[in-house]
Design a protein around this ligand. Structure first.
Ligand SMILES: Cc1ncc(COP(=O)(O)O)c(C=O)c1O
Length: 372
């Protein structure tokens, strides 16, 4: 008999970082006005009716859904990409599809090296990054290298992750930066995958998709983009994401997903179709986040922190030019819990991340305490 010890069949997964915030949460909870937990970016507003009605209307779902997604969903996704991001897919309904739905985007991010069939080598991730890029590499037994610009040496690199607007810092990659990665990826035959799950949340800058013609030309070879309905449609509980781009790569991913049974439930596919056809609910939610961002950003600055980047996305990336855990302690004393920047890589160790995903009442409470 074989016994497996350690986590995840012996893989060296990073610690699940949120557990280390327990002491700060306990301290913040003692504040007479209650805790304002801004450490996790989970939406709190109601899921819009357009999704709920479509989900309920598709409740009769006896057969297996297709990993490929319904024709209606692929058509709606292609329409959304064209309308909102200026991206034209090769052929969403073709034999090699250029878009497939995913069960939220986190599973796709974590499984991407596996789905692309990478067996050895290195995955490049941003210097300061959403932790799941590293998790996916580790699970596939691959090495990780942090870089914000194309490395001079490409040997052994099998995949590059970009994230714009970025989590945690809200940085938007310029057209020149995106083009540099496209040129590098094509020169070395390395797929470039852009996680664009905050694409509709540009504040000071309009985020550009990797698949936009100004970046990619009219050819998506070697390029993939990841999108999510969690934040833009307040539907993280639905688990609804998209993968689009190079039809050869999308097919490779789709074929493995069929074998694994990674199927987006039929009613969720119906809700996604309705959501992707409707801009009004996205714009309405965006305005909610804009108001919270303005209120919180003013208070964070008034309290003496500097906000870096944060030109797009759902977070404020702030610093007091000290170790992030010192800032976390100070904020916990005010009953506020941010995420320490060290969760996202060594280069984040002097920042904290405030999520805008809290009710207006909690954002107001945080702002009052920061400016008192
Ligand atoms: C950069 C980034 N990518 C992917 C995800 C996963 O989102 P979801 O699985 O809800 O689509 C998140 C979630 O916060 C994220 O910040």
């Amino acid at each position: 008999m074989t016994t497996t010890t350690g986590t995840a069949a012996g893989h060296r997964l990073p610690d699940f970082p949120w557990d280390s915030l327990e002491a700060a949460r306990a301290r913040a909870a003692q504040h007479p006005g209650g805790i304002v937990d801004l450490s996790i970016g989970t939406p709190v507003d109601e899921t819009p009716e357009v999704l709920r009605a479509a989900l309920a209307g598709a409740g009769d779902s006896p057969g297996y859904p297709m990993a490929l997604g319904t024709r209606e969903l692929r058509t709606a996704a292609a329409g959304w990409l064209r309308r909102r991001l200026g991206v034209t897919l090769a052929d969403p309904l073709g034999a090699d599809p250029s878009v497939v739905p995913t069960i939220g985007s986190k599973e796709l991010v974590a499984l991407m090296p596996t789905l692309l069939g990478l067996r050895d080598g290195t995955v490049v991730i941003p210097e300061v990054a959403y932790p799941t890029y590293e998790v996916g590499a580790v699970l596939s037994g691959l090495a990780v290298r942090r870089a914000d610009a194309p490395p001079a040496e490409a040997a052994g690199i099998g995949l590059v992750w970009l994230n714009s607007p970025g989590n945690p810092h809200g940085r938007v990659l310029t057209d020149d930066e995106l083009r540099a990665w496209v040129t590098w990826g094509r020169a070395h035959g390395v797929p470039i995958v852009a996680d664009e799950c905050y694409a509709t949340l540009g504040w000071e800058v309009q985020p550009r998709s990797l698949l936009h013609p100004a970046v990619a030309g009219d050819d998506h070879t070697g390029l993939l983009a990841v999108h999510s309905l969690s934040k833009q449609s307040t539907a993280a509980g639905y688990r609804a994401g998209l993968l689009s781009g190079d039809p050869v790569l999308v097919r490779r991913v789709w074929e493995v997903r069929r074998h694994l049974g990674l199927l987006v439930p039929g009613p969720v596919q119906a809700a996604m179709t309705a959501a992707l056809d409707d801009d009004a609910h996205v714009d309405e939610q965006r305005e909610r986040y804009r108001r919270r961002r303005e209120r919180l950003a003013a208070a964070v600055r008034a309290a003496g922190l500097r906000i870096d980047h944060s030109e797009a996305g759902l977070y404020l990336w702030a610093t007091r030019d000290e170790d992030c855990w010192t800032t976390v302690e100070w904020l916990a004393g005010l009953g506020i819990v941010p995420a320490p920047g060290s969760f996202y890589g060594p280069a984040g160790a002097r920042h904290v991340r405030f999520a805008l995903t809290a009710t207006d009442e909690r954002i107001d409470a945080a702002a009052e305490r920061l400016t008192a």
